[in-house]
Design a protein around this ligand. Structure first.
Ligand SMILES: C=C(O[C@H]1C=CC=C(C(=O)O)[C@@H]1O)C(=O)O
Length: 371
């Protein structure tokens, strides 16, 4: 399929106000789109169906499904998309809400110091004027953020979301589960890799240990990679990978409940951090820090048992696979406004003013591609 035909189908779907998702997974030149044939709002609560899922931060609210059987699917393989240049070079500085965010972070720090919580991720949103076609924004996201999951998701009964997330919640391929531990943020600088402080490295290690403990009832043989520095747009983060084997008795929903929301978007202990967020943030995160991705898709892989006799020994293995990304570095389009959501992890050593600046840096991931 050509780029023109692919995007023409998408534009028609959006003009007809029918649900769709268009996305590309990290380090990948494949763009997929799912066009739902009706405007119904399908939901999933047991995560047993096949489709594309869009779940909120608060999993007690509905998870939306574009069911595989109700959608038309298209794939485009391409390195870069044709899209007009952005005319504006600088995101207008938006200091609205600074005092409220500093108060919120200070309250978080005080609660941590009082001993009830270890870490809490606190967030806010900022609004920018928006007059562009969201599909054009998706094209810019694809061209700009090659190691992120970039997407544009739309449902007429829910709204339109765009994002470029660096965080995998987890993926399951057959019996293999992969998840990542993401923490620490420094502004990207072309001079070279950042110097991480002991405090940042320790925080990332705490997240890794916590994830290993969370998945231990459902998986076995967990292997943890060394910590690496990854770039996400204009930011650096610390990341390690945990790979393990899903026990035969575990189901997908129990793994979702164990891992979502991650310490990178909620904090820990999880339930106390979530309660603090719901009581103090003063706005509804909706799908920000929720998760999205492919649910129970059949993946066929052809294998050779004997390399010398390729023709006779090839066989195909069909595995089920799911891959979910945390909905970070994202925005929601509301009429002529783009609402950009940003947050940061608060621990006892955090400084409220610095946390505010960090959210401003995070807002640039989306802000820099708005025209
Ligand atoms: C909550 C966000 O980022 C998380 C992911 C990576 C690093 C983070 C941090 O350094 O605080 C955050 O936990 C966000 O971008 O809105």
């Amino acid at each position: 399929m050509t780029e023109a035909i692919f995007f023409n189908k998408l534009e028609k779907q959006y003009a007809a106000k029918l649900p769709f998702v268009v996305y590309s997974r990290p380090i990948n030149s494949i763009i997929k789109c799912w066009l739902q044939k009706d405007e119904k709002l399908y939901e999933t609560s047991d995560f047993e169906e096949s489709g594309f899922v869009f779940s909120p931060f608060n999993i007690e609210n509905s998870s939306i499904l574009l069911p595989e059987s109700k959608c038309e699917h298209h794939v485009l393989e391409i390195a870069n998309l044709m899209v007009n240049e952005i005319t504006k070079t600088q995101l207008e500085v938006n200091s609205k809400g600074k005092d409220a965010h500093i108060d919120l972070v200070s309250k978080g720090i005080d609660t941590i110091k009082s001993g009830t919580l270890e870490k809490v991720v606190l967030s806010r949103y900022e609004e920018h004027s928006f007059t562009e076609n969201p599909i054009v924004i998706f094209k810019r996201l694809f061209n700009t953020y090659k190691n992120a999951m970039v997407y544009c998701w739309y449902h007429p009964k829910v709204g339109l979301w765009l994002g470029a997330t660096p965080e995998l919640l987890f993926k399951v391929e057959g019996q293999q589960l992969t998840t990542i531990s993401l923490a620490g943020t420094q502004a990207y600088n072309s001079d070279g890799l950042p110097n991480w402080t002991k405090k940042e490295l320790k925080e990332q290690q705490i997240v890794t240990d916590y994830l290993a403990e969370q998945i231990s009832p459902y998986t076995e043989n967990t292997k943890i990679s060394d910590v690496e520095t990854i770039r996400a747009g204009n930011l650096w983060h610390l990341k390690s990978r945990l790979i393990s084997r899903v026990k035969k008795t575990s189901n997908l929903k129990s793994i979702i409940e164990a891992l979502h929301p991650t310490p990178a978007v909620c904090g820990f202990p999880k339930s106390k951090a979530k309660q603090f967020i719901l009581q103090n943030e003063n706005y509804n995160r909706e799908f920000y820090t929720g998760f999205l991705g492919e649910l129970n898709l059949k993946l066929s892989k052809t294998r050779n048992t004997n390399r010398r006799n390729v023709e006779n020994n090839a066989y195909t293995v069909v595995k089920k696979q799911s891959n979910f990304y945390v909905n970070l570095r994202c925005m929601q389009i509301l009429d002529s406004k783009a609402r950009i959501y940003v947050g940061g992890g608060i621990t006892k050593g955090s400084i409220a003013e610095k946390e505010w600046r960090e959210t401003q840096n995070k807002a640039k991931t989306m802000g820099n591609i708005l025209g």
